[in-house]
Design a protein around this ligand. Structure first.
Ligand code: MRU
Length: 349
């Protein structure tokens, strides 16, 4: 399995996603500040991976604290959580993971736990999130794999694979599972300007699995759909609002509109930790604006004239009306999503 992130006695180890596919190297974050930095610089990226990384960051900060008691640790714990929460605004998994760590800490605090118990329990919670994430991807894969065609092209955007999770992937987990079910899938990976998650990361990890993959430029999808080469689209999500609108990598919205126009099913695969019922609709999802340099430069080389205006929103929102189904580890949700999401939440308790 691709070692996206791993806990080690020295800290959290990340495969450096800014260097793939040409170089397979690792970054060791030995304190929580460094974990925050690897999230900001996208050494690690993808909503579920960001969430679990932040949980490990909290655990690391806790283990390194010199506080003698849990109550003495309270202000430092808040600072650690705030720093990690300030890294990237759109993927709700980040806040979900930090909130989960906060709840564990609050319970330990009120139970009068020792600092050692707090350290052990917070690390155990981060490990649990790591394992749960892989299990969720596998479950999503089983549900979603059944929805894909027996054979043909499946388009994906960005990287919602093993590299974006603790392993297996969400959208790519669905594709992996379909292939494991014997389906003859050919993946079309949008290159995904400007960070090129599709061209670099999706292509790299699917090739490692021997899944036939073709990288296309983002502006080629319409023509491939028109030519009948795309039978389904499956993408991940960074935040799914209560009405089923969802944020994902910039360009996902374009693909959704194209899929609808061509009568192609458009699936969104995401774990329950990506669902944010406190956000009523897509307009309320905060969209991260990243540095202009990601657009103006590539591989250290400037592409655009000095001083030109640049816009770099990292995500867009796809309205629920374009989504054929949302695939989660709890099952497959269909419109109206406001109702199916609420229903599934109640069933799962
Ligand atoms: O900016 P990134 O690379 O973190 O954006 C990632 C995406 O948009 C993914 O599609 C999303 O996080 C789902 S990952 C399973």
């Amino acid at each position: 399995m691709i070692p996206t992130l791993a806990w080690t006695p020295e800290g959290v180890r990340f495969i450096d996603q800014t260097k793939l596919p040409l170089e397979e190297s690792y970054v060791l974050a030995t304190n929580y500040e460094q974990v925050a930095d690897v999230i900001v610089t996208m050494v690690v990226r993808g909503a579920p991976a960001i969430g679990v990384s932040a949980a490990y960051g909290v655990a690391l900060g806790t283990l390194q604290s010199t506080a003698k008691t849990a109550s003495e640790f309270v202000p430092e714990f808040s600072r650690i959580c705030e720093r990690l929460a300030s890294t990237r605004p759109t993927a709700v998994n980040l806040f979900w993971a930090i909130d989960r760590m906060k709840r564990v800490f609050a319970a330990l605090l009120s139970a009068g736990a020792t600092m050692k118990q707090v350290q052990d329990k917070l690390l155990a919670e981060a490990h649990a999130m790591y394992e749960e994430d892989i299990a969720a991807c596998k479950a999503m894969g089983a549900f979603g794999g059944a929805l894909l065609p027996e054979e043909g092209g499946v388009l994906t955007h960005c990287n919602a694979g093993a590299l974006a999770t603790c392993g297996y992937g969400t959208a790519l987990g669905v594709i992996r599972s379909a292939v494991e079910q014997g389906k003859r899938i050919h993946v079309y990976a949008d290159e995904t300007r400007p960070f090129l998650q599709g061209a670099r990361l999706t292509a790299w990890e699917l090739m490692a699995d021997g899944i036939p993959t073709t990288v296309i430029c983002d502006n080629m999808a319409a023509s491939l759909m028109h030519a009948g080469k795309i039978k389904a689209v499956v993408v991940g999500a960074d935040r799914i609002a209560a009405n089923g609108d969802f944020a994902n990598k910039i360009g996902t919205y374009n693909v959704a509109i194209l899929a609808k126009e061509h009568g192609i099913p458009f699936y969104c695969a995401a774990p329950w930790s990506t669902i944010d019922t406190a956000t009523p609709n897509g307009d309320a999802i905060p969209i991260e604006e990243r540095a202009a340099k990601e657009v103006t430069h590539h591989g250290g080389k400037q592409l655009t004239p000095h001083g030109v205006g640049i816009c770099n929103p990292a995500f867009d929102v796809t309205p629920a009306k374009y989504v054929t189904a949302i695939i989660t580890e709890r099952g497959v949700l269909r419109a109206p999503y406001a109702e199916s999401l609420k229903e599934m939440e109640l069933i799962a308790g």
